[in-house]
Design a protein around this ligand. Structure first.
Ligand code: ADP
Length: 651
């Protein structure tokens, strides 16, 4: 399976709360939370502060306006009192009063009319001339006091046909000093227009929406910059009214008579039932707060953008290398050592920080793992080869065991048959010999008789040989001095050598060691080889026998041994037959049994030795016998391994 499939870091589409996300979230929370809290409180407190400042300003204006209005009212009362107490008015002389009233009106300019009435209620002077008391005689107007009462300021009234609202100041005209109880001689009615109040007092400079108006206790407008509202509209249902009379939180904004959110303040005016109200639209009043809020929002935005950029930068410098390391570790885990983790890939330059150290440690670890991996691989390879070798040896051994078993069975059967044949054959032979002794065989049958006897002898020899082959060798070890041993054997074959006109060469080393072996079996084996060599050279040739100490070098081991070579110059062995010559019953001879070399091989092996053959067709054959000097190191076992490793002992 590909590594990528198992590595979540390589599959960014799969949603996991990655380290990068964690770093970003943590950093953003840590940096933005305080900023957001500070921003929120800045906005909150700045708005509260500005609200308090605005309300404070409105309260100051209200106080100023109330004081101004109160003073202005006092001035008007003083005006009318002065008129009432003037000697002209007290004289109640209509001819003199009217010009005086005109003069006063003209001088002060705030009086719509000035009327002097006598104690009987008759108008004794009026300015302007047609001025009249409201609803005719003042004394009959319920809202006006009788002339006998003291100074009085009326409610503000507004007549539709008039331009402005107005109110009356009533001041009694003192009677003559001689009169008991000082009964008033009449009264002065000063009708004061509110236009002046509006233009001089209610006119406020509080932005575009700031306004100042006057209401009475019922909430009716007494003075307002919109004259049509005066005494026709009522603010008793608005929050403004509740604010004035219910004393709600003065710092809070509320809805005014127009339904617009305003900030405001109110105060009663002196001893009157009038209330002065100063209000400003909240939107305008808090415009500064809005700007401040925008500045704070902008600052927050800039801060968030910077925090994001910083977070990305941190994520790049910390998380990206960690990702690389993690990917690299994944590859190591899958034994992929071909990829290299270069520390310079962690950043533009070699990093000396923790990431750099981690990267170095990982590279070092990967290198060690790779070395260990290679060592392990080599070891496993070696052990595998050994295992294969052991397996082959096992197979070979099993085959050999099977073959040995078969041969043993065959041998047993053959031996039984041979016995069965040998007994009657011996009887026949004995009978023929007794016949030969008893009766004279005519010369014409003599040759046949001899041939029959020879054939019987041959069968007997073959049977004996077969019985030798089939019988397990019972080795009787004894010390053998090789030089005399071999010399004696050569004497035995000398007649055949001579008969075939061959040359016998013998090269036996002087220092041949004494070996331990079965004298009879070794002699039989060597005779077999000598006879085979002579069989290969029926018409002359050279039989060379050499013996010397040697070193049997195999698989890096040198084993001391004795080497006996039997070389002939005969017809040689065909290459395709070389591997068969040691097999039982393989023979190329008309009268051969094919058991000779098989017996030789068994004998040499039983002595821990090895036999090798080299042959060239028409040139000759060399059989080499290697017998270990010490029987502790049998050569045949070593050569078995060699065979498995590809070396051919018959080469
Ligand atoms: P036999 O001698 O009865 O044939 P052996 O087992 O001794 O049986 O020999 C098997 C065969 O090996 C021989 O038939 C012969 O073909 C071959 N052989 C053995 N020795 C030699 C030799 N020196 N030169 C040529 N061929 C040989």
């Amino acid at each position: 399976m590909a590594i990528a499939d198992q590595n979540p870091l390589k599959n960014p589409k799969k949603w996991t709360f990655t380290l990068r996300a964690k770093v970003m979230v943590t950093f953003l929370v840590l940096t933005l939370a305080p900023v957001l809290i500070i921003g929120y409180f800045s906005i909150y407190f700045s708005e509260a502060l500005i609200t308090r400042m605005v309300v404070r300003q409105l309260e100051n204006v209200t106080e100023d306006k109330a004081a101004l209005l109160q003073g202005w009212l006092a001035e008007r009362v003083a005006d009318v009192s002065m008129v009432a107490e003037s000697s002209l008015v007290r004289s109640m002389d209509p001819a003199r009063i009217t010009p005086y009233l005109d003069l006063i009106r003209e001088k002060y300019g705030v009086y719509k009319s000035l009327v002097v009435v006598s104690a009987s209620g008759a108008v004794t002077g009026a300015s302007p001339r047609d001025a009249a008391l409201p609803s005719g005689s003042a004394l009959q107007v319920p809202s006006l006091p009788p002339v006998s009462t003291d100074l009085f300021v009326s409610d503000i009234t507004y007549a539709n046909d008039e331009k402005e609202s107005s109110f009356y100041i009533f001041v009694p005209v003192p009677g003559p000093n001689s009169q008991p109880n000082r009964q008033p001689a009449g009264a002065v009615y000063g009708n004061v227009g509110t236009q002046k109040i509006i233009s001089f007092i209610l006119n406020v400079s509080l932005g575009k929406t700031g306004e100042c108006y006057l209401v009475d206790r019922e909430g009716r407008f007494l003075a307002h910059r919109d004259p049509h509202r005066i005494l026709t509209e009522n603010i008793s249902r608005s929050d403004s009214f509740r604010k004035i009379f219910e004393k709600t939180d003065r710092k809070k904004a509320y809805l005014d008579y127009r339904g617009i959110e305003v900030l405001g303040a109110s105060l009663p005016v002196g001893d009157t039932d009038w209330f002065i109200v100063v209000e400003q639209d909240r939107a305008e009043a808090m415009a500064a707060a809005g700007s401040l809020r925008n500045v704070i929002y902008l600052t927050l935005l800039v801060f968030i953008a910077s925090a994001l950029m910083l977070t990305s930068l941190i994520a790049y410098h910390i998380v990206a290398p960690i990702r690389k390391l993690s990917r690299y570790a994944g590859q190591i885990a899958h034994s992929r050592f071909d990829t290299r983790l270069d520390n310079t890939t962690m950043g533009k330059t070699h990093r000396n920080d923790e990431i750099g150290k981690l990267s170095d440690a990982l590279t070092d670890m990967a290198r060690r793992l790779q070395e260990r991996h290679a060592r392990l691989k080599e070891k496993v390879g070696r052990q595998e080869a050994e295992l294969k070798e052991a397996d082959l040896i096992l197979k070979k051994t099993r085959l050999m065991a099977e073959r040995a078993e078969k041969l043993a069975a065959m041998g047993q059967m053959g031996a039984a048959v041979a016995h069965e044949i040998r007994t009657p054959l011996t009887s026949i032979k004995l009978f023929l010999e007794s016949v030969q002794a008893e009766i004279e065989i005519s010369p014409e049958y003599e040759e046949d008789f001899n041939i029959a006897m020879n054939q019987i002898g041959r069968i007997e020899a073959t049977i004996n040989r077969f019985l030798d082959f089939a019988r397990p060798q019972d080795l009787r070890f004894a010390e053998i001095a090789l030089k005399p041993f071999i010399s004696d054997l050569l004497i035995m074959v000398r007649p055949q050598v001579n008969r075939q006109e061959c040359v016998l060469v013998m090269e036996l080393a002087e220092n041949l060691p004494v070996i331990s072996g079965d004298r009879r079996l070794l002699a039989e084996a060597l005779i077999n080889l000598l006879v085979n060599a002579l069989d290969a050279m029926p018409d002359n040739g050279t039989l060379k026998v050499t013996a010397a100490t040697d070193i049997f070098a195999v698989t890096g081991r040198d084993i001391p041994c004795v080497r006996i070579d039997i070389a002939d110059t005969g017809h040689g062995i065909a290459p395709d037959q070389t591997e068969n010559i040691f097999k039982p019953f393989f023979t190329t001879k008309a009268t051969g049994t094919g058991l000779g070399l098989s017996l030789v091989l068994t004998t040499i092996r039983n002595h821990g030795g090895v036999i090798r053959v080299k042959s060239k067709i028409e040139s000759g054959t060399v059989f080499s016998i290697f017998l270990p000097v010490s029987s502790d190191t049998p050569l045949d076992e070593i050569t078995e391994k060699d065979k498995i490793n590809g070396k051919n002992i018959t080469d």
